[in-house]
Each structure stands twice: as structure tokens, then as C-alpha cells.
Design a protein around this ligand. Structure first.
Ligand code: AMP
Length: 579
């Protein structure tokens, strides 16, 4: 078996990798590292996060770095700030013993001044998001004149995010570039086009996704307003009739309150938290193990005592502050080769936390719609039909009542009898879900659905423009898509002015965007984003009064508990600090 010591890496790197506990190179590392060490060339690596691809390009990159030279020799482009930070962290560990090595990460969403200082301190390696790098180039804070190696990491993701022009601009501005290493999960046409235009003959290496995480877990998230969390939980439980799960909450009080509320509504659940004495906790565990309970509502600490293998669902009533805790929670399901589902209920402001957890867990999360009333009823109907199909009534039960039943329903049509039985079984669910609210956070509001479709497109005003460094439509798109989970395709008709910009989007998505961006800053300045309807009419001469934007904020600040407790923003700041 190949070991790291047999790879002819610099001794400092081999030592660092050993400190990190890496024993054998992963498949992509085995394929790529020897080639890039002995005969550097252009390569395409088709590998996903979790395969060890960072080390596959990072170790050869540092191996070839001349620490005696004080200029940028290697550049890694990556799509997001989180990924940049992660790569930088890894590089610091690999380069721990390389005296004189300086690596710097630059990315958007933080003040540029500190990064200007860092790039001026002559790093040999820069890890960057394309947008921020261009910003720094335009400010002449750094030069790529002598860059020899360029890595495009997660190239497909960068292209999806609308960075094509930025990438091309950067590649064109690396005149001394000798080697380009492109890593991508997929070889889409867009990726191939970049390779064809900017790379020399390349070798292609592909590996399957590494099994570093439990691939049997389906990570799902449901976006709702904070005040709809409980209703969302109920709906998810009703939509999973065969559930055997754990519902994670943050505090003992929440644990007690939520479990009691569910019990009052007829769910077979129980709380499990540290205020309960050992005897009570054992009793709960016993009922859970023999499946008298369909779910336990638990705090993280109390849940440590749960040793059960066939959990079907883990539900995060709220996300934990620490992404590592998420992995402990989700790891409660899909044990012993089984598959499982981990659902998280999140508010729009917490979507960026999901992105961070994705990096840690190394899996994509699926944004799922909270089912509507009709879907829940349908699901329960099918579940009931399945139960009937699989039921095995006791033989003597049938014999004893056979004649009575026969006599009673002899005259009744078979279909009518079935209809009535099913009605009786589902009556309560149908009652509860008759005209049930749409709990999804506003991609399409109920109001719109009732009107039979979208209200159409609205024009939005945002208080950042060219003077803030928004030097292209793509730059604005980049900021918006990096800060929210809005897709580039949802935005059009962008106009960038000196101090502000305008763009169009679907009105229900606009509500969502306004809400998601309202707590964000751009280069230290609080972002203001509003409907621009009045402004446009002004320009068209319809109004003579001074321009005013129609603010969405009145509609959105619904006074949900999250806002009162300062949870939304406080929570994500805490997240950001950790990573
Ligand atoms: P990546 O795919 O680059 O995001 O890496 C996934 C994780 O695997 C990171 O936490 C790395 O530190 C770790 N890793 C990379 N290569 C190895 C290796 N050869 N042995 C053990 N862990 C590794």
C-alpha cells in the first residue's frame, strides 16, 4: 500500500501530514500527487469534497513553492468564503514546518483593508474567491504577474455561481502561468470550455465520492418563519407516519414544552432531558426501545444515553450552534448499514448556517418543501392502506365476529364500506389539514398560491453600487448568491449605478431575499434593499414627490420569537466565529 513517506514530498510536508494523522493517501491523492511532483502538468481532477482533493492539489502546490521568493507563486480560486477559509486552514497545517511560507486567504463579506495588508506582506500562496481577488487587483493591492500555478477548485460550482467572466479575467491576468489544475465534481460543458480555452493538454483523473461521511443519511432542510417552527414540526411528523425518531431541541425548557404540546395533541412522544431523574429517564428509554413511543424530544446532553440502532428520522427543531454537534445528532440515524433522514427546521436567516454544516458534513443538503395539507392527508391514506394490506388479524377474532359483521353490512356496497372505514380513520387528519397554512418561508406565499400564481416580477433597489466595488452585474449577483440561497437565474435586468443598483425578480422570491439580506453587511455597510416601484414610476414622470422606496420590512418583521430573542443573527454570528 502506498504511504505518504513514499510519495517524495518535501520532508517538512511529510512530517506535517503525519502530525495530521493522515496515514495512506486517498485515491485522488494517490493518482494526482506523484504526477504533480515528478512531472507537473495541467490536470483535471473530477472529485468531490470529502475525497481529500484539497491535499491532492495542496501538497504538490506547497512542495513546489519557493519560500525564498517573496511574491505570489500559486493561486487557488474557490467559490465561497467558507471553502477559502477551509483550504487556508488545511494549507497552514500542511505548511507548518515550512519556514518562510506565507499563505493568505481573501474572500468577500469582510472588510477589505485587513486583506490588503495581508496580500502586501508577500505571501507565496493566495487562496481567493474570484470577486474579492478582482477587487484587490483593481486596487493594485497585489500582482499576479509571477503566478506559476493556478488551481480552480470546485470549478463547476464557481461557474454555477456566475463567476465565468471573473475566472477568465484572472486566468488572462496570469501571464507566467505554467500549470493549471482544475478540480470539479462534474465535467459540465462550461467546465470543459474553460479547460479547453485556458489549459494545455491535460490529464484527467476521476474518483468516486469518498466514504468519509455516512452517505446513507439524507440531509433535508425546511425553511419556515421562526414562529411557524412548531407547526412545521407537527406537519413533518404527520408526513412521516412510520417515524421512529429523535427530535433535538436546544434547552431543557424547550424540551419539556415541545414534548408536552405534542403529547396534548396525541403524539406518542416523551421528553428526555437532564432535569429528569435517572429512573424517569430509564422509563422513557424503555418505552422508546419497545416502540411505545414514536419519538423522543431530547437535548443534546440527554440524547447521549440513547443507544438505538433503527432510528428512521432525526429532526433538528433548531440547528445547533456548533456544526460538529450537528454531525453527532445526524449520526443517530442510518446506523448499522441502514439509511435515515436528518431534517432541520430553519428560518431564512439560518440558511447560511446550513451551508457551513454542508462543508463539515461533506454532503449536499436538500431543500425540501414543507408538505401542504393535501399531501399530508394523501400520505396518511397510503400509510393506512399499506397497514390494511399488511395486517394479520388473529384467526379467532375473525371467527367470533364474522356473522355479526356479515349481518350488519350485508346490504352495504363494498366501496361504500371501504370509504366509510377510511373516512373514520382519517377524519381527524382531514379536519386538521382542511385549509392548512403554507408554512414554507415565502418563496411562494399562500396569498400568491390562492391567487393562482405569482404576482409577477418586482424591481428592487439595493444601496450598493460601483462606488462600493460592484463593478459588474456578476459582482452584484455574486454578493447576493453568496449571502443567500437565491440562484443566479432568479435575478435579471440588473442595473449597477454609482451608489446603488437595481434588479428584477419574482415578487415572492423578492420577499424572501429582502428578509435574508436585511441582516447582512457589504464591506462593513448595512445593506438596505427595498422595492423600487415608486422610484421607477418617478423616473417615468408619474410622481413629482421625492423618491421613496416601498419598504418590505413592515410586512416581514412578524415579531417571531426568534427576533425577540435575537436568535437569528446572534446565532449565525456565533457560527461564523467558529469557522
Ligand atoms: P477534502 O476532500 O479535501 O475536503 O478533505 C476531506 C477531509 O479529509 C479533510 O478533513 C482532510 O483533512 C481529510 N483528509 C484528506 N486526506 C486525507 C488522508 N489521506 N487521510 C486522512 N484524512 C484525510
Amino acid at each position: 500500500m502506498i504511504s505518504f513517506s513514499s510519495l517524495s514530498l518535501r520532508e517538512e510536508l511529510t512530517r506535517a501530514v503525519s502530525d495530521m494523522g493522515f496515514e495512506t493517501p486517498t485515491p485522488i491523492q494517490q493518482k494526482v500527487i506523484p504526477q504533480l511532483l515528478s512531472q507537473p502538468s495541467d490536470i483535471v481532477g473530477l472529485a468531490q469534497t470529502g475525497t481529500g482533493k484539497t491535499a491532492a492539489f495542496g501538497l504538490p502546490l506547497l512542495h513546489h513553492t519557493d519560500v525564498s521568493l517573496k511574491h505570489v507563486q500559486a493561486l487557488v480560486l474557490s467559490p465561497t468564503r467558507e471553502l477559502c477559509m477551509q483550504i487556508q486552514e488545511e494549507f497552514k497545517k500542511y505548511g507548518y514546518y515550512m519556514r518562510g511560507l506565507r499563505t493568505t486567504a481573501v474572500y468577500g463579506g469582510v472588510p477589505i483593508s485587513g486583506q490588503i495588508r495581508e496580500v502586501k506582506a508577500n505571501p507565496q500562496v493566495i487562496v481567493a474567491t474570484p470577486g474579492r481577488l478582482i477587487d484587490l487587483l483593481e486596487r493594485k493591492a497585489l500582482s499576479l504577474e509571477q503566478v506559476k500555478y493556478v488551481v480552480l477548485d470546485e470549478a463547476d460550482e464557481m461557474l454555477n455561481m456566475g463567476f465565468r467572466e471573473d475566472i477568465e479575467f484572472i486566468l488572462k491576468n496570469t501571464p507566467q502561468r505554467e500549470f493549471t489544475w482544475l478540480f470539479s465534481a462534474t465535467m459540465s460543458n462550461d467546465v470543459r470550455n474553460i479547460a479547453k480555452r485556458y489549459m494545455k493538454e491535460w490529464q484527467e483523473y476521476a474518483v468516486a465520492a469518498a466514504n468519509v461521511t455516512n452517505e446513507n443519511i439524507d440531509h433535508q432542510y425546511y425553511v419556515t418563519q421562526h414562529h411557524n417552527r412548531f407547526e412545521t414540526l407537527r406537519r413533518l411528523l404527520d408526513f412521516a407516519p412510520g417515524i421512529y425518531g429523535i427530535i433535538f431541541v436546544r434547552t431543557r425548557q424547550d424540551c419539556q414544552d415541545i414534548a408536552e404540546k405534542l403529547m396534548r395533541q396525541g403524539y406518542h412522544v416523551s421528553p428526555l432531558h437532564g432535569d429528569m431523574d435517572q429512573k424517569m429517564r430509564s422509563k422513557v428509554m424503555e418505552r422508546f426501545k419497545n416502540k411505545t413511543l414514536q419519538a423522543i424530544v431530547a437535548t443534546d446532553v440527554a440524547a447521549r444515553g440513547i443507544d438505538v440502532n433503527d432510528i428512521t428520522h432525526v429532526i433538528n427543531y433548531e440547528l445547533p450552534d456548533d456544526p460538529e454537534v450537528y454531525t453527532h445528532r445526524s449520526g443517530r440515524t442510518a446506523r448499522a448499514g441502514k439509511s435515515g433522514i436528518c431534517m432541520s427546521i430553519v428560518s431564512p436567516k439560518e440558511i447560511s448556517n446550513i451551508r457551513q454544516i454542508e462543508r463539515i458534513v461533506k454532503s449536499r443538503f436538500h431543500k425540501s418543501d414543507i408538505p401542504d395539507g393535501a399531501e399530508v392527508v394523501r400520505k396518511r391514506l397510503f400509510h393506512y392502506l399499506e397497514q390494511i394490506e399488511n395486517a394479520q388479524p388473529q384467526a379467532d377474532f375473525a371467527e367470533v365476529y364474522q356473522s355479526v359483521i356479515h349481518e350488519k353490512f350485508d346490504q352495504m356496497d363494498r366501496d361504500e364500506l371501504i370509504r366509510r372505514l377510511i373516512w373514520l380513520q382519517l377524519k381527524e387528519t382531514i379536519d386538521v389539514y382542511n385549509d392548512a397554512e403554507d408554512l414554507n418561508a415565502s418563496f411562494q406565499s399562500r396569498e400568491n398560491k390562492n391567487r393562482g400564481g405569482s404576482r409577477g416580477s418586482v424591481r428592487l433597489f439595493i444601496n450598493i453600487g460601483q462606488k462600493d466595488g460592484i463593478n459588474s452585474n456578476e459582482r452584484l449577483l455574486q454578493f447576493i448568491t453568496e449571502s443567500t440561497d437565491i440562484e443566479p437565474g432568479q435575478i435579471d435586468r440588473i442595473t449597477v449605478r454609482d451608489l446603488s443598483s437595481f434588479f428584477n425578480m419574482n415578487s415572492s422570491a423578492a420577499e424572501y431575499l429582502v428578509q435574508s439580506l436585511s441582516s447582512k453587511k457589504f464591506k462593513g455597510r448595512k445593506v438596505r434593499i427595498e422595492e423600487a416601484e415608486q422610484r421607477d414610476r418617478d423616473r417615468q414622470g408619474g410622481y413629482s414627490s421625492k423618491p421613496q422606496q416601498k419598504s418590505f420590512s413592515g410586512d416581514f418583521r412578524s415579531g417571531g420569537r426568534g427576533e425577540n430573542r435575537g436568535e437569528g443573527r446572534g446565532g449565525s454570528q456565533k457560527f461564523n466565529k467558529r469557522y
